[in-house]
Each structure stands twice: as structure tokens, then as C-alpha cells.
Design a protein around this ligand. Structure first.
Ligand code: GLN
Length: 487
């Protein structure tokens, strides 16, 4: 079997048994990139030399009989809003097109300590704002299951890279669904951890009270392995949770007898594709057949989540993005004085969607509107969080769809921001509440993957991994490789 098709845990066995070298694995993945990247367009930059140098270091360790760490020599991709010292980090924006960070994100450092191999930086919607990866200033990534459709967003490059086997694993960031939606559209596994479980230090901020980094992988086992590498307390992130990090692989037992699953009826929204709904219900029936119990729960404030999210996220974004003024770093436009120069830099450097959100956010934060919009959104956010607290008094996890439909056609929603925002209706409540959630494949509609969402309690990653693992091991969705064309 071709090496690039293997999962991280399968490759690890081969590396340990000295059946293959880390350099061979990295080369196999780069050969795959060479063969399919023109079609998929998953990457903004490739870091071939550094990757092969790292692979050689791992091979040295293996040769000298040193024990290797679980992800040593396993090639992955980082979303291009995660800083890597000395490597261009663009956020998919013209304004950061030439930005080379002078420091590593904490996740980058942790992955380096695990001797992982970084293949490159993956494409994204500009500043992670979007649901299709069409908002990137550089390229539109394509869904490996049908290259006329979007891979989802904003971590579309990360998910497309994993689905097209151009990386074994990837990191994404999820502010309102940006790990889970592309994972669902591309038929791979994506986990948004509890807010504060993974350090945000070195993740370029979009909406700081919502942003969270997490893994995108081909299966649940690899998801646990990547979580082991990146989770944990970090004094450099003031919102980091100071709690011990479990070994997530211990959660991988296919036994969910007695697990209580709640079905929030409000997530099965009007306008949902009946086939998506059917697949999600069938998955829940399957979990029941494996020993879980389920019952319907009500989360009455769900209908306000999308409006609340787009208020909070744009307000925080307008503040976070105020730093890009053409001074110190980033794109600089011409202007006769500093005001004209910074105006020009921002107008030319930011794309349309980012400008729209900065204006929306500034409006919501401006005096006279602050109480009516921003403050109100914060209050509704608390009500949404309470819906989760209440539901979790009775159940261990919640099961829901990820999105109302499967992946849509490139160009279909790009001129209709509201239609694009509606893709996030099932994912944003989770970010507002700060809880963890996983997306995993649970079926297909016309050969396009459908995602099942399993939502957990705060720090409940192990429970959702266990439920996801039990489901995965009783299905073979994760074994199918995307056809890289129309199926
Ligand atoms: N689609 C949502 C947005 O555009 C979520 C993005 C994200 O999670 N980064 O804001």
C-alpha cells in the first residue's frame, strides 16, 4: 500500500519496526502533493527542506535505537494562521502576505518537541472568516470528494489536505465551526477542544473568546494522538486551563454501554437536507444499538446562537484586527500622512468579507449601539451556555448534525453572506458555550460526506472520543479515500 494513504498510528508501527524511514514517509507525502496539489489547492506554502531535515533527525534517532515519540516523523499541515518562526504565516490575507513570525506558536513548539514533520501551511478563509475557504486572498481550495465543491471553511486547506492524503494530520482553528465544518464536508475527523484546553499563543486572533486550535485527522485514533501532543496548560495564554492533560488514547475503547446521549431538537433546523437528517438519525440509532441511551432534549436559545455569534465574533474581530495599520509589519499602502497611509493599507490589504466584519463589529461596539447589540449578545450568550449546562445535567453528550447540507458548489454562496453564515447554525453554539465537539463521517449523500457532531461537557474530550471511536469502529467510512474528482 502507498505510504501516503496510511494513518499516523499505522505509520508509527512501520517506523518503529524499521520497515520504512521517516524520510521515505515524508517523500511519499510530498510526491502525493506533487501529484494532486494542482487539483486540490490545499496549501499556501510548502516547507519541504525543513520537513526533510526533521525527517532525517528522526531517522537518526531510530538508527541509534532511541525510543521515538508517537508522532515522530509523521507528516502534518498547519493552518496558515498558526505561527511558525521563520516561515511565512499569511492568514490567507494580502495584509500578511509577507509576514514571517519571529516566534513559534505554543502548538508549533509542542509539535516540534514531538519530532513531527511539518509539510506546509494550509489555506484558509482570510483571518479564518468564512465557511468555504473562498475568502482566501490566494486561492480557493477544492473538496477532494468533488473538486467542483468547496471543502468547507475556514480550515478548508487543512481538511482538504488530510482528505486528499497530502498530509497525515493537520491543525485547524475553530471559532464558530471552522474545524468541524470542513472535516464534515471532506469526510474526515475534526475536534474542537474545550475553550482553553489548547493554547492559543501564536494563533493569529480572530475572536479571542471563541478561538480554539484542534486536530483534523483521518480517524479518531489519530485525533487522540494529536490531542496528546497539543493539549495542556500554557502560561503564555491567559485563558489556558490549568488542569492535568489526560492520555486521550486511553479513551479509545469501543464500549459505550450506558452512555446517555441527548438530541437537541432545535439543531434539526428547518431547511435541513432530509438526507443529512436521516444519516444523523441513523448514526444515533447505531449508537443506541451499541448500548447507548438517547433522549430528546430542548435547548431553547439555539435559535439566537447565529445572531449572537456574528455579533460577538465581529466585535472581537474589529478590535483584534485594529493592529494592522501598515506600521511595523504587514502590507503598507501609500499615503501622504499616517492616517491616509493606514487607511490605504487597510482598504487594500483586507478582503471584502474581513472589511464587512470590521465594520459590523465597530458598529456593534460604538457608543449608542453597544448596549443594544454587543451587551445584549453577551447576555444571550450566557443563556445559550445555560442551555448546555442544563442539558448536561441529564446526558453525557449531545448528538447533532454539523451542517444543514453536504458541501456546496464553489461560487454558489460567495455573493450571499447570509446564506454562507447559515452554514454555521449547528456549530456556533458550541463555541459560545466553550464546550468541546467532534465531527466524524456518518454517511454520504450522492457521494458527498455527511458529518455527525458529538458535543461534550467542558473538558469532556475523552467521552466524545470514546463515543466517536465506538461509532467509527463499527463503520468503514474512515477507510474510504476521496476520489479527487467527481465520484
Ligand atoms: N464560519 C464562521 C465564521 O465565518 C466560523 C469561522 C471559524 O470558526 N473560524 O466566522
Amino acid at each position: 500500500m502507498e505510504l501516503y494513504k496510511l494513518s499516523a498510528h499505522e505509520l508509527r508501527k512501520k517506523l518503529q519496526a524499521k520497515e520504512v524511514s521517516a524520510v521515505e514517509v515524508a517523500e511519499a507525502v510530498y510526491n502525493r502533493v506533487d501529484a494532486v496539489e494542482d487539483t486540490v489547492q490545499a496549501y499556501i506554502s510548502l516547507t519541504r527542506e525543513a520537513a526533510l531535515a526533521e525527517a532525517r533527525r528522526v531517522d537518526e534517532k531510530i538508527k541509534t535505537g532511541q525510543a521515538i515519540l508517537p508522532l515522530a516523523g509523521i507528516p502534518g499541515a498547519l493552518k496558515d494562521n498558526i505561527c511558525v518562526k521563520g516561515t511565512r504565516t499569511t492568514c490567507g490575507s494580502k495584509i500578511l502576505a509577507n509576514y514571517v513570525p519571529p516566534y513559534d506558536a505554543t502548538v508549533t513548539r509542542k509539535l516540534a518537541e514531538q519530532d513531527t514533520v511539518i509539510i506546509g501551511k494550509a489555506n484558509l478563509d482570510e483571518f479564518a472568516m468564512g465557511s468555504s475557504t473562498e475568502n482566501s486572498a490566494f486561492k480557493v481550495s477544492r473538496n477532494p470528494w468533488d473538486t467542483d465543491t468547496v471543502p468547507g471553511g475556514s480550515s478548508g486547506g487543512s481538511a482538504a489536505a488530510v482528505a486528499a492524503a497530502e498530509a497525515v494530520w493537520a491543525l485547524g482553528s475553530d471559532t464558530g465551526g471552522s474545524i468541524r465544518l470542513p472535516a464534515a464536508f471532506c469526510g474526515v475527523v475534526g475536534l474542537k477542544p474545550t475553550y482553553g484546553r489548547v493554547s492559543r499563543y501564536g494563533l493569529v486572533a480572530y475572536a479571542s473568546s471563541l478561538d480554539q486550535i484542534g486536530p483534523i485527522t483521518r480517524d479518531v485514533t489519530d485525533c487522540a494522538l494529536v490531542m496528546n501532543a497539543i493539549a495542556g496548560y500554557d502560561p503564555l495564554d491567559s485563558t489556558s486551563i490549568n488542569a492535568p492533560t489526560p492520555d486521550y488514547t486511553k479513551a479509545l475503547v469501543p464500549d459505550i454501554r450506558g452512555l446517555k446521549i441527548g438530541l437537541p431538537k432545535e439543531y434539526f433546523v428547518a431547511g435541513m437536507d432530509p438526507e443529512v437528517e436521516r444519516a444523523v438519525y441513523a448514526a444515533i440509532e447505531q449508537l443506541k444499538a451499541l448500548g447507548a441511551e438517547y433522549k430528546e432534549v430542548s435547548m431553547p436559545h439555539t435559535e439566537y446562537a447565529l445572531a449572537t455569534y456574528y455579533m460577538v465574533a465581529t466585535a472581537e474581530a474589529s478590535s483584534n484586527l485594529a493592529r494592522y495599520v501598515g506600521v511595523g509589519f504587514g502590507y503598507r499602502g501609500e499615503g501622504s500622512d499616517i492616517i491616509a497611509m493606514s487607511k490605504k493599507s487597510r482598504t487594500e490589504g483586507f478582503g471584502e468579507e474581513v472589511r464587512r466584519r470590521i465594520m459590523l463589529g465597530n458598529y456593534a461596539l460604538s457608543s449608542g449601539y453597544y448596549d443594544a447589540y454587543y451587551l445584549k449578545a453577551l447576555k444571550v450568550r450566557t443563556l445559550i451556555k445555560r442551555d448546555f449546562d442544563k442539558a448536561f445535567e441529564d446526558v453525557d453528550v449531545l448528538a447533532a448534525p454539523i451542517a444543514p447540507t453536504t458541501a456546496f458548489k464553489i461560487g454558489e454562496k460567495v455573493d450571499d453572506p447570509l446564506a454562507m453564515y447559515l452554514q454555521d447554525v449547528c456549530t456556533v453554539p458550541v463555541n459560545l458555550a466553550g464546550v468541546p465537539a467532534i465531527s466524524l463521517p456518518c454517511g454520504f449523500k450522492d457521494h458527498m460526506p455527511i458529518g455527525l457532531q458529538i458535543i461534550g461537557k467542558p473538558l469532556g474530550e475523552e467521552t466524545i472520543l470514546r463515543a466517536a471511536y465506538a461509532f467509527e469502529q463499527n463503520n468503514d467510512y474512515y477507510k474510504r479515500l476521496a476520489p479527487l474528482g467527481r465520484a
